[in-house]
Each structure stands twice: as C-alpha cells, then as structure tokens.
Ligand binder design. Structure first.
Ligand code: NAP
Length: 286
C-alpha cells in the first residue's frame, strides 16, 4: 500500500512539494488555511481535506510547510491529537533552532516521531522536485523519510541527529542568501545612480571569481524591475529575525543581519512585502 502523506500548507513551497509527492506515488492529502490554494491541487493523486483533523487522521507522514512558528504551532496543536501514534512529522517550515526542540517535545507527547527538515530552493525547485533537504533526525528514521525527501528534492544533507540541526544549516545558508540579494541590489542601484547601465555591473563580474549565478538571476529581475514572488520579502524579514536571534544566542556579531532586516523591512513598508525578496532594491532608493 502507498505511504499516506499529508501536506499542511500549500503556499508557494507546499503546493509544488505536494504535486511531486503525488507524482512519486505517495497517497497525498492536503490542507490549507485558505481553501482555494488547496483546491487548486485536487486530482492527480491529491485529495483535499476540509479541515486539519480529517487531513491527518490516516497519515503515515505529516509534512508541515507553513509560514512561521506561530502557524506551525497553531496548526499542529489541532492536528496532533488526531494523528495516529507512530506517525512521522516532517517539519520543513523555517522556524529557528531552539524552538524546533520544543516542537519535537510536542510531537513526543503525542507519540509522534519528529524530523527537522527545512529546505533550500525557492518556487521553481519546489515545483521541479529539486530542493535540497537539510535533515536533523535520528538515523533510525532515515529509511522512512528518504523516499519523501527524494520526491521533493535532488539532494539530502543529513546534518545531525538532533531536532534543530537542519534549522542550524538552513539559517546559516540563508544568512548568505539574504546578504547576497541585498548586496546585489545595492550594486544595481549604485550603478544606475552613478549613471551606468546596471547590466554593465553584471556583465563585468560574469565569469570572474566574484560572479555568482544567484547574483545574475536576482540582478536580472532587479534591472527588469519584475518581482514575481519566489521567496517573498516578508519571508526574508522573518528569516533575518530568526538568523539575528540565532547569532545572538551563539555569540556571533549580529549587526549586519539587523541592517539587512532593516533594508528588507523598508522595502516591505514601501508596499512590496508580497513581492520577491529581490524587491529589496526599492530600499536603496532615497
Ligand atoms: P507562503 O507561500 O506564504 O505559504 C505560507 C503557508 O502558511 C500558507 O499555506 C499559509 O496559509 C500558511 N499560514 C500562514 N499563517 C498561518 C496560520 N496562522 N495558520 C495556518 N496556516 C498559516 O510561504 P512559502 O514560501 O510556501 O514558505 C513556507 C515555509 O517555507 C516558510 O517557513 C518559508 O520560510 C520556507 N521556505 C520558503 C522558501 C521560498 O523560497 N518561498 C524556500 C525555502 C523555505 P494561507 O494560504 O491561508 O495564507
């Protein structure tokens, strides 16, 4: 019998992941707070549940892909009493390190196995099944979750055995990603303000040691001033706060991350919160 997977949260990331799970032969049930986004996935091996409790009742694996910790707690406090003992909860939302241990304790109280599994990659990798999964869970669970990870991703990094290990690496990588996007926006804006064609900046670094595919990708959208959301600004603001918090706890200087958070927030305040994080470009205009 096919493994039953319930995906809670079918936003930008969850929708693509649910489709790929169905395509890989899992029996997929989805639930989303705004029903229209879940309904769009109906058919082709995906069943849409009317509420959280019925969504998880027959699940072998529950996958959460929700916006933040608040959403995960709100949804799982409803879901866990309806989940069967021995079910595996794969938590892929980016929520932070320390709170992940608390989520694992919540799972344990309900006899549920917990897997910390944030992902790298935005809308397109989620749709194409080429995410990178950053897993923190006991080795005994690897065989259970590997087929799911293989369906949504092209690679799994087994970071460690503790809940929060996946989040540690996720926040580390996102500290780099947020810095890179803001630095690209700064250079694109500066080039224009200095009277240059900003494309000249991208062309000049192309192929050099300072080049990077992500700078080229995001720089292009900045120059075109087109920001369809792959990773929205509001998510970047949330993650900058999580990273700054993790830095503070770990003893790393967090001043740059606070400046980045301020830049992303300024662009959101100017009306771009739901656009891609490349819209941070707007914060560099005085
Ligand atoms: P999204 O499109 O904004 O979707 C967020 C989901 O969370 C939606 O299903 C939303 O429901 C739900 N939600 C929000 N608050 C809720 C609440 N209080 N109760 C119940 N449901 C709630 O976000 P996303 O881009 O898919 O990201 C999901 C997670 O993956 C986030 O933690 C994000 O940081 C992480 N992530 C994102 C990317 C990316 O590039 N987008 C990449 C890697 C990781 P509604 O539809 O009703 O609003």
């Amino acid at each position: 019998m096919a493994t039953a997977v319930t995906v809670l949260g079918t936003g930008i990331m969850g929708a693509g992941m649910a489709k790929n799970l169905a395509g890989a032969g899992f029996e997929v049930t989805v639930w989303n707070r705004s029903p229209d986004k879940a309904q769009a996935l109906a058919g082709a091996g995906v069943t849409v549940a009317p509420d959280v409790t019925s969504a998880v009742a027959d699940a072998d694996i529950v996958l959460t892909m929700l916006f933040d910790l608040e959403a995960v707690v709100a949804v799982m406090e409803q879901a866990l009493p309806a989940v069967g003992p021995g079910t595996v909860w794969v938590q892929s939302s980016t929520v932070g390190v320390d709170v992940t241990a608390t989520l694992a304790e919540l799972a344990e109280r309900h006899g549920v196995f917990f897997v910390d599994a944030p992902v790298l990659g935005t809308r397109q990798p989620a749709e194409q099944g080429t995410l990178v999964v950053l897993a923190g869970c006991p080795a005994a669970l690897h065989d259970t979750v590997t087929p799911l990870f293989d369906a949504v991703g092209s690679r799994t990094v087994w970071v460690g055995e503790q809940p929060g290990d996946g989040q540690r690496l996720k926040l580390t990588v996102n500290s780099w990603v947020l810095s890179l996007v803001a630095a690209t926006a700064q250079a694109v804006e500066l080039a224009g303000d200095l009277g240059l064609d900003p494309q000249l900046f991208l062309d000049t670094i192309a192929g050099s040691p300072t080049d990077c595919a992500y700078a080229q990708l995001k720089g292009k959208t900045m120059i075109a001033k087109e920001f369809p959301p792959a990773f929205p600004l509001n998510g970047a603001i949330k993650d900058a706060a999580l990273i700054a918090q993790a830095m503070h706890t770990a003893g790393t200087d967090d001043r740059l991350m606070h400046v980045l958070q301020t830049q992303f927030q300024a662009a959101a305040d100017a009306g771009h919160a739901d656009e891609d994080m490349a819209a941070v470009l707007h914060s560099f205009r005085r």
